[in-house]
Write a protein that binds this ligand. Structure first.
Ligand SMILES: O=C(O)c1ccccc1NCC(=O)[C@H](O)[C@H](O)COP(=O)(O)O
Length: 204
């Protein structure tokens, strides 16, 4: 089971992760209250335990910015949230990066279009668009491919997402209190997942 804690932006967030050891941590370079600047990201990534994979999250950014940040920080994974071309994704792969293609799912058409990334991306992430009241669990039940699931996961409701039998879970706001990562919530998520063998990236 892959566990990604996303929106890591403070030194203490990395310290929490070094104790709890999720599979991946996500740093957001897109426009977001959780956005980190490159120099901050460099410092945070230098602190991280080497067993934890780094993910850079990008949305609506030009290709040269995605590439230069990813190269400078030697990211393990690039998570793409826009309508990037297949050629660009293939190019990033040729540069040695692993790709998480995020599809923000609002309806069944979005589930269908996710399939085009099956053989290109290392992982498909089915996510709920921010601020939209979409039943991501109901929609993801129709996916006949492997996926990581995200969108509203909390320590209280994670079992409902695990019932989808996903490759992994991606959590951000559900492990925060007042907008900051909360060690106890992160710990509860990890405890609930211990049965599912959190750890090595499979298929990666
Ligand atoms: O989280 C953000 O602020 C964000 C902004 C722009 C693009 C992507 C963003 N997050 C991507 C993630 O991987 C989140 O972990 C995922 O959307 C789940 O978030 P949440 O529903 O808060 O657990």
């Amino acid at each position: 089971m892959i566990v990604k804690f996303c929106g890591i932006r403070r030194e203490e967030d990395v310290e929490y992760c070094n104790i709890l050891r999720p599979t991946m941590i996500g740093l957001i370079f897109a426009n977001s209250p959780r956005k980190v600047e490159k120099d901050v990201a460099k410092r945070l990534l230098a602190m991280k335990n080497p067993s934890i994979k780094s993910v850079g999250v990008f949305k609506n950014q030009n290709y040269s910015e995605v590439l230069s940040i990813s190269k400078d920080l030697q990211l393990d994974f690039i998570q793409l949230h826009s309508s990037e071309s297949i050629e660009f994704i293939t190019y990033l792969k040729s540069q040695g990066f692993k790709i998480i293609k995020a599809v923000e799912v609002e309806n069944m058409d979005d589930i269908e279009r996710s399939k085009i990334y099956k053989d290109i991306a290392d992982f498909i992430l089915l996510d709920r668009p921010k601020g939209k009241d979409v039943d991501i669990i109901k929609l993801a039940k129709n996916a006949d491919f492997d996926f990581i699931i995200a969108g509203g996961i909390t320590p209280e409701n994670i079992e409902k997402y695990l019932a989808l039998n996903p490759l992994g879970v991606d959590v951000s706001s559900g492990i925060e209190t007042n907008g900051f990562k909360d060690f106890n919530k992160m710990k509860t998520i990890m405890e609930k997942l211990t049965k599912c063998k959190v750890g090595e990236v499979k298929n990666g």
